[in-house]
Design a protein around this ligand. Sequence first.
Ligand code: SF4
Length: 111
Amino acid sequence: MKSCSRRDLFKIAGAGSLALLLPAVSRMSSGTAWADDRLDPDSAQAKALGYVHHYSEVDPERWPRFEEGQICANCQLAQGDLSADWMGCSIFPGKKVAHDGWCNAWVRKQG
Ligand code: SF4
């Protein structure tokens, strides 16, 4: 029977550690978790409210409530850091909306 050397033990321990770390490293490097948080303008809920990532994409004929200067960052329904590129929105829980985005539920921020 072959004995297990110290060198073999290090190899086994190293492989085990790598196996434990790989899934975490994979998640960190893929960036998909962050990308998935962003509201998809093509999703049914976003389309129903005419959400766009940039106000310049708003079709004013389809969305006559839109006025220049209305963006997610100055909407009462936006949440979190309003100076960030992406922020929360109480209309779209669990999703991030763009700083310069817009949707038909826009409400002037109070105060
Ligand atoms: S409700 Fe306000 S913050 Fe939310 S997507 Fe519409 S405009 Fe942006």
